[in-house]
Design a protein around this ligand. Structure first.
Ligand SMILES: Cc1cc2nc3c(=O)[nH]c(=O)nc-3n(C[C@H](O)[C@H](O)[C@H](O)COP(=O)(O)OP(=O)(O)OC[C@H]3O[C@@H](n4cnc5c(N)ncnc54)[C@H](O)[C@@H]3O)c2cc1C
Length: 468
């Protein structure tokens, strides 16, 4: 049987190679280290963790990342096996001994009879006679390959930095303060004239907000990242430093809007949030990309009227990254529409984090294996953590209603990506009416139970398809 090629032996590539090899399909895994290094990797081990040693919460009942761990375990993930075998104490989190973890992945791959490891850089588009390739070269994809991918896609389809604005769960926004309206009620393509949530600030609130942004603690760039302030993506704190009125004439301009809660009062400034996913559960803070530390973001953004109780699905950031405009470029099984022999996996697809990258590697491996064996493999249901994450990458995100720069940005797995429950829990086990945090926990439990049930059903179909 012809081999499947996997380029990049990080979290995603190692997992993809493993999933393919477990179906007895030959795999050639091409990893450039140690022949060529990245700015962040320090070893020649596969699946090296470049920074923290944490896989985050391991609670599969009430946490979306814990659920993703559990689903991966059920799907025979090598990354999860190696993580579980190299766990170090970290409370409710799954943290690992990084060297032991990487050594376990490296040994499992090296010892698998179906996998050949080639230590070489793929310095351009993979050769045309490689008919099935998974590109999993990560946020620090080597420049020669990145340039070839850019040329095969489009000028702006591959980004080299992310500029992330915070994303808020819609049901945590106070609609007694905020209101839906597009500037000048402009509908735009796909819009209805009320596509933004607007949060009004008085002059005193705006002044205090600008002071807080300037004083807030910021994260510094790594030496190798340079300062990537590029068109239209200045961090808000940098805008605030440039002049007190800069934000009011930029993302916080109050024009074209009337507050229905106080029609006579003109807000001095407005923060706008725009729907981010098709489900309408997540809203991003328009123009609020920032290098403020996460704790500072939560503290300062909750001073904005309407966001006092905001729950953040993602906080803002600006990083060196390499990622595709995946919702446009990739099909539902992660193939590049323009060159379908190339599939993508890991952070380069627009997910964020070690575990998410490995999970997308797992799915890419399964899709490629099914294709090689002539099987049909439907994507996992959108109600599972794998399906929710895939949905974000391959179609769940909506483009802005305005013509402008693309808006797709990397995302960790979170419950905002899941379709809401048809009937959320209202009563506890003793029949008591659920309120506040107890209701939130019950809802999360219902979401994770639904996910694991649906995953089991999907895996059942998967096995039936494989047996046929
Ligand atoms: C500096 C930094 C810190 C991060 N910290 C964290 C963190 O603390 N926690 C977290 O969850 N996530 C973190 N991330 C985000 C991300 O989840 C990780 O980078 C994760 O490793 C991504 O997995 P991946 O498999 O997509 O890429 P990687 O794990 O980076 O794997 C890609 C592999 O491809 C190889 N490669 C690149 N180009 C080529 C080529 N042309 N030919 C052959 N091989 C190639 C690389 O050497 C590498 O081994 C961080 C990212 C960066 C850049």
């Amino acid at each position: 049987m012809r081999p499947i090629h996997v380029v990049g032996g990080g979290l995603a590539g190692s997992e993809a190679a493993w999933q393919i090899a477990q179906r007895d399909i030959p795999v050639h895994l091409h990893e450039m280290r140690p022949v060529r290094n990245t700015a962040a990797h320090k070893t020649d081990g596969l699946a090296e963790l470049v920074c923290s040693n944490s896989f985050r919460s391991d609670d599969c009942a009430t946490n979306a990342i814990g659920l993703l761990h559990e689903e991966m375990r059920r799907l025979g993930s090598l990354v999860m096996q190696a993580a579980d075998a190299n766990q170090v104490p970290a409370g409710g989190a799954l943290a690992v001994d990084r060297d032991g973890f990487s050594a376990a992945v490296t040994a499992a791959i090296a010892n698998h009879p179906a996998i050949e490891v080639h230590r070489e850089e793929i310095a351009g588009l993979p050769p045309a006679d490689w008919d099935s390739v998974i590109v999993a070269t990560g946020p620090l994809t080597s420049p020669a390959l990145a340039e070839a991918i850019r040329a095969a896609t489009r000028e702006d389809a591959l980004a080299f930095f992310d500029a992330i604005a915070p994303i808020v769960h819609r049901d945590s926004i106070d609609l007694d303060v905020a209101w839906f309206q597009s500037r000048y009620d402009k509908a735009g393509p796909g819009g209805d004239g009320a596509d933004y949530l607007n949060c009004p600030l008085t002059r005193a609130q705006y002044d205090a907000f600008v002071d807080a942004l300037i004083a807030g603690d910021k994260v510094s760039f790594h030496d190798w990242e340079n300062t990537p302030y590029f068109d239209g993506c200045l961090p808000i704190e940098v805008m605030a430093e440039r002049g007190r009125e800069t934000l009011r004439h930029g993302p916080m301009k109050p024009v074209g809007l009337t507050n229905p809660h106080a029609p006579q009062e003109k807000p001095y400034a407005v923060v706008q949030l725009r729907q981010d996913n098709r489900l309408g559960t997540l809203f991003n803070m328009v123009g609020f990309q920032t290098k403020l530390k996460h704790g500072e973001q939560t503290r300062i953004f909750r001073t904005i009227p309407g966001l006092q109780k905001a729950e953040f699905a993602r906080l803002g950031g600006l990083h060196r990254n390499t990622f595709l405009n995946a919702p446009k470029l990739l099909d539902a099984s992660l193939r590049l529409r323009a060159v379908p022999r190339l599939r993508f996996a890991g952070q380069i697809t627009g997910c964020e984090g070690y575990v998410e990258s490995a999970a997308i590697g797992l799915m890419a491996g399964r899709f490629a294996a099914a294709e090689r064996l002539g099987e049909a493999l439907a994507p996992p249901p959108a109600t599972t953590a794998h399906g929710a994450l895939l949905g974000h990458i391959t179609g769940g995100h909506i483009e802005t209603i305005d013509a402008g720069p693309r808006s797709f940005q990397p995302m960790n797995v979170n419950f905002g990506l899941f379709p809401p429950l048809a009937h959320g829990p209202t009563r506890g086990p003793d029949g008591e009416r659920l309120r506040g945090p107890a209701k939130t926990v019950a809802k999360k439990r219902a979401l994770t139970a639904r996910a694991l049930d649906d995953l089991a059903r999907w895996m059942g179909h998967d096995r039936v398809a494989a047996a046929e």
